[in-house]
Design a protein around this ligand. Structure first.
Ligand SMILES: *[C@@H]1O[C@H](CO)[C@@H](O)[C@H](O)[C@H]1NC(C)=O
Ligand SMILES: *[C@@H]1O[C@H](CO)[C@@H](O)[C@H](O)[C@H]1NC(C)=O
Ligand SMILES: *[C@@H]1O[C@H](CO)[C@@H](O)[C@H](O)[C@H]1NC(C)=O
Ligand SMILES: *[C@@H]1O[C@H](CO)[C@@H](O)[C@H](O)[C@H]1NC(C)=O
Ligand SMILES: *[C@@H]1O[C@H](CO)[C@@H](O)[C@H](O)[C@H]1NC(C)=O
Length: 389
């Protein structure tokens, strides 16, 4: 709390300084240009340009309030005291050094994605897609397929990619530039300045929820998932509209339910030592590949997360937050976050009829996704046989 207050004060000082600097600069420029230009015609042009510049500066401060808000978070040196710390792999060490950091500067924001906080109930389904800066081609295909922003069955679907940063120096700048270009064109990226790694996914989720509380607290439902899934958003809208007695203001958290999952204690992508999570089992949670939740439940999770230490496995962390609130995740048969089991029942992964009935399937190469989405929407598609999955 103390740290937060201090940072806000610094941020104000900086904002004031930056504003003063820009305003003085603009007026200096105006005076200079006015002396230089002779004809009235030229001056008029200039006024228009300057107005445009002033508008841009104002816009900058309106949309980038958080640019100046957080200073960098310090490494926790005491983490080295943890038993066997030195034997942990690098990513786990990084996680422990920075586990307490929850605020990072925003690089790209879309504060008006939901039409403002008070209007946000107009958004029926907000797609919140975890995407790393390098996954440009995945984002491009999603925008053209299941994640297209549209009115579906009379309600609105909106899209956001959530991202951190990668690499350092020139390479980091280059990747940020790609996101910035995409953002300029599509207005659909939230990016914070933290390393976009597997163990930082929980951080990414919390940063998103914090953003949601500020900018889109009343969105009815959310799909939270990876950028390599096939999500049948048409079916999702239908399913959510069919929920009795829940317009997003009650609990919903559904997907592929995992119960009794055991933390991986040996070194792998999912390694979680006892020093980080003592219990032998995770609490029930839905696979992070993709799950559906209500706006209400998203805000409950955000509230609970304030007092739960970060766990490096983001979907299991969601389960902890739900449990603390006394809520349970549920299973939805249509969500195949682990992919389809195509070995046994003669199922063709590429058969559009198989996917017409499902809500979500992991994991798809982008080109297949593009083809499948189009085949499902082919008015000539006829699915005779009911799919037994
Ligand atoms: C933990 O580490 C800090 C900083 O390295 C050190 O000052 C402190 O004595 C250590 N505490 C314990 C309990 O070992
Ligand atoms: C730093 O790490 C130590 C060891 O895990 C922990 O006890 C302490 O609470 C951490 N400090 C902060 C500020 O999170
Ligand atoms: C620490 O490492 C030693 C040697 O590998 C091992 O025997 C011990 O069980 C470890 N302790 C913990 C708490 O991980
Ligand atoms: C998470 O991001 C922070 C900020 O960039 C970084 O210092 C830390 O090492 C990252 N943690 C992991 C596990 O990558
Ligand atoms: C979350 O916490 C805030 C502040 O304590 C509270 O106003 C709000 O009602 C809570 N939201 C939910 C969904 O529990």
């Amino acid at each position: 709390m103390h740290q937060r207050l201090k940072m806000i004060r610094i941020s104000w000082k900086w904002k004031k300084r930056a504003t003063t600097f820009l305003v003085v600069g603009l007026f200096g420029l105006l005076a200079f240009e006015l002396c230089k230009s002779s004809s009235k015609h030229e001056t008029d042009h200039l006024r228009v340009d300057l107005k445009e510049d002033i508008r841009k500066v104002q816009q900058f401060f309106k949309s980038n309030t958080y640019v100046f808000t957080w200073s960098s978070c310090e490494q926790n040196i005491s983490a080295t005291n943890i038993t066997n710390f030195s034997s942990f792999p690098g990513p786990m060490k990084d996680f422990l050094y920075y586990r307490h950091c929850r605020h990072f500067p925003m690089l790209l924001d879309v504060p008006d994605k939901c039409g403002g906080a008070s209007q946000s109930a107009e958004v029926f389904l907000l797609l919140v897609i975890k995407s790393s800066p390098v996954n440009y081609d995945r984002r491009e295909v999603l925008r053209k397929t299941w994640a297209e922003e549209r009115e579906q069955n009379g309600v609105w679907i909106r899209r956001l990619f959530i991202s951190g940063t990668m690499d350092s120096g020139k390479e980091k700048e280059r990747l940020n530039k790609i996101l910035e270009l995409e953002h300029r064109e599509h207005n659909d990226i939230l990016q914070w300045d933290f390393s976009d790694t597997f163990y930082n996914l929980t951080l990414k989720q919390i940063l998103f929820l914090e953003w949601m509380e500020r900018n889109c607290p009343k969105a009815r439902f959310l799909l939270n998932g990876d950028d390599d899934v096939f999500a049948n958003t048409d079916n999702m809208v239908q399913y959510l509209q069919g929920l009795e007695d829940n317009d997003g203001s009650k609990h919903l958290f559904t997907g592929q339910l995992n119960v009794g999952m055991v933390p991986v204690r040996s070194w792998s992508k999912y390694f979680v030592p006892v020093q980080v999570h003592e219990a032998d089992e995770f609490l029930p949670y839905c696979s992070g590949g993709g799950f559906l939740l209500s706006g209400y439940t998203a805000m409950v999770i955000y509230n609970m997360s304030q007092s739960i230490t970060l766990l490096p496995i983001d979907d299991a962390y969601m389960g902890m937050c739900l449990s603390k609130a006394g809520l349970e995740p549920s299973n939805h048969m249509g969500v195949r976050a682990a992919g389809l089991d195509t070995s046994s029942n003669n199922i063709d992964r590429h058969d559009p009829c198989v996917h017409k009935e499902l809500l979500l399937v992991h994991k798809f190469p982008t080109s297949h996704l593009y083809l499948l989405w189009n085949r499902i929407h082919d008015p000539k598609l006829k699915c005779f046989v009911s799919t037994k999955l």
